[in-house]
Design a protein around this ligand. Sequence first.
Ligand code: FES
Length: 87
Amino acid sequence: SFEVVAAKSGKSVQVAEGQTILEALGTLGIKIEVSCEQGVCGTCLCDVLEGEPDHRDVYLTDEEKEANDQILVCCSRAKSKKLVLDI
Ligand code: FES
């Protein structure tokens, strides 16, 4: 598991294996707009302030993925123990 911190709301949550960041944020009452929930459409894009995403989507380009400053929270995860999002 890894920790996701929602910087603007000052809340954090552990994301369990088999749970998406989107679902974990939902348990905090933080709602992210989604559409496909499969990493295709880009609707759930969030800015990353700290940490290293484990990109599982097919929306971002390789360059965007390497920049580690955006993440699609419906499907992607974290390589680092902690991910701080600008939400
Ligand atoms: Fe479509 Fe996340 S909801 S990429």
